[in-house]
Design a binder for this molecule. Structure first.
Ligand code: SF4
Length: 412
């Protein structure tokens, strides 16, 4: 098992502030003055202590992810206080967990990088989005293309284990040539990791309102598909093969250990407004037959209040700020396992799937798998490590739709 496949839990800390809210963003974020950010940090410290009493998994967290929002807006001293609280109240891996920090290019300076490195940050994830000033203006970003390039270089010089670059494609009117230029610029900077996200226009954003008024036209599906295909071909040939629908790494060492947990059903604890958590083995959802083996497959997912004032009020009252939860029995978990697996190039381990859920996916979907293999969307590998169903890049392009065509009904 590679280090990217650890079964130890991960910790996510949501920092909900941005210097300006981008017109396409539907995350739980806001612009806030320094006093508000300071107050937030005090509440986050309190939530860490509250969570410690409720988190039952005794294994140490081996990843800590500062996401948002823009965590780089918080002073390093405050990030350090949060990490200290995590060390005090929760169990972090020894000698240190792998710490991730999302940063905006305009916050990346040699001094800031040195401070983040002293905190133990190993992956710096840069919200570059584009290297073109026109595109950055359209996206409402505050940095320029030159600042984005400089940020990657400064981060490299600071010695992070992995520098990751986020890009967005599929903008209204974007051509393959323009997108190819973005990819070429990114590759020339040689980051360890790249994330390429397709622009989604959410209704309750400024872009969504513009689209509803006809001021903004989404790129047609066929053009989106062409850009997706270009991304995978270009990065694969350049030496950054995909390991997930939107994620590309120069080598397996640069793959995200933390995000892998979301795709593998590995437990994670999320703190901060809107953060999600996931724990396995809840006795109330123990699946059929599992009592005999002790292999608990049931799970629980819960999420925090997204509205910052509510989240703060509940934390201040000494309450965990959980807004909702769902219990996942074997059927829901089996369906998710297939869906998440088909979004990664590691695919679905068919023997593990059968052992967990009592369903041989291949036997119940033989005609479907045969046709998917025949039309180049999937590969069936039968090697010393067992049987695996792997999506090709054609399959990755339609991963969610593919998963929906499978019969995953567990035997009653
Ligand atoms: S920087 Fe990221 S999280 Fe913040 S508003 Fe823009 S897209 Fe949203």
């Amino acid at each position: 098992m590679s280090p990217q496949h650890s079964s130890q839990p991960g910790l996510y800390l949501h920092i909900p502030f941005c210097s300006a809210v981008c017109p396409y963003c539907d995350f739980a974020v806001m612009h806030a003055a320094e006093a508000k950010r300071k107050r937030f940090v005090e509440h986050l410290l309190a939530e860490v202590a509250l969570a410690a009493g409720a988190w039952r998994d005794p294994r140490p967290f081996d990843t800590v992810y500062f996401g948002g929002g823009t965590p780089s807006l918080l002073p390093p001293e405050d990030l350090g206080r949060v990490l200290d609280a995590c060390r005090r109240h929760l169990t972090l891996a020894s000698p240190a967990p792998w710490v991730y920090l999302e940063a905006n290019p305009e916050d990346v300076t040699p001094d800031a990088c040195a401070a983040w490195r002293r905190l133990g940050v190993r992956t710096l994830s840069l919200g570059v989005q584009s290297f073109s000033d026109d595109v950055l203006r359209f996206l409402g970003r505050r940095h320029t293309g030159n600042q984005a390039r400089a940020a990657v270089e400064v981060a490299h010089a600071a010695g992070f284990d992995t520098v990751s670059v986020d890009l967005i494609f599929g903008l209204p009117g974007e051509t393959p040539e323009a997108w190819r230029r973005e990819l070429a610029t990114a590759v020339a900077l040689s980051p360890g990791h790249l994330s390429c996200y397709q622009l989604t226009i959410h209704p309750r954003t400024r872009f969504g309102v513009g689209a509803a008024r006809g001021e903004l036209t989404e790129l047609p599906d066929a053009d989106q598909a062409e850009l997706f295909d270009l991304t995978h071909r270009f990065l694969g040939e350049a030496g950054w093969p995909a390991y997930e629908v939107s994620n590309f790494a120069k080598s397996p060492d640069h793959e995200s250990r933390h995000n892998r947990k979301y795709w593998d059903h590995t437990p994670y604890l999320g703190l901060g407004p809107s953060a999600h958590s996931f724990a396995v083995g809840d006795a109330s959802v123990r699946p059929r037959g599992a009592g005999d083996t002790g292999a608990a497959v049931g799970a629980r997912r819960w999420w925090n209040e997204a509205r910052i004032p509510r989240w703060e009020r509940r934390v201040a009252a000494g309450e965990r700020p959980v807004e909702g939860e769902e219990l996942l029995g074997p059927q829901a978990l089996a369906t998710e396992t297939l869906m998440l697996g088909l979004r990664t190039t590691a695919g679905v381990d068919l023997d593990d799937f059968a052992a967990r859920y009592g369903l041989d996916l291949l036997a119940t979907n033989d005609a479907l798998v045969a046709s998917l293999v025949a039309d180049g969307r999937m590969v069936l590998r039968n090697g010393p490590e067992g049987r695996r169903l792997l999506p090709t890049s054609l399959g990755l392009a339609v991963a969610d739709g593919l998963a929906a065509t499978f019969d995953v009904s567990l035997p009653s």
